[in-house]
Design a protein around this ligand. Sequence first.
Ligand code: HEC
Length: 135
Amino acid sequence: MKISAMKISTKLAAGLLILMSATLAQTGLAEDLTVKDGVFTAEQVASGQQVYDAQCKTCHNMRFYRDTLRSWNNQPLLYLWENIMGTMPADNPGSLMFEEYTDVIAYILSENGFPAGDLKLDPDNGMDSIKILSP
Ligand code: HEC
């Protein structure tokens, strides 16, 4: 548990650096995105649906996720990712791959009306500056 927590924070630190240089290169300005800005791809939604059906559907329905997004309004999407990764599936927390947790979030956002786009959702790259909005 300790080791994986360390790994994650190293990855996050690396991700932050990548984000900062990418943002500077693209716009010269650090701009915050929201889940409305096409921050995940259609491919992520499709694979997230498979993860969701296999790992999440038995215990929650979409109504539950809608309420969750509502209560996380304005929080960085990375925090929700970390929360889900650390606690879900409730009967086997942390058992999925990073990418599966990421894709399942893309699917949940899509089901709640947020658009897919050109950006690939990536916990190592900028997810801390994407804000959750209430659906
Ligand atoms: C074995 C049952 C079970 C499975 C499978 C499961 N969950 Fe949960 N989940 C729970 C319980 C219990 C809670 C906490 C009580 C509650 O909020 O209803 C919870 C809470 C949550 C929350 C609320 C977090 C918060 O703090 O607001 C989210 C989001 C969530 N689960 C997502 C998922 C996702 C995504 C999956 C699939 C990867 C999943 N769950 C699979 C039982 C489950």
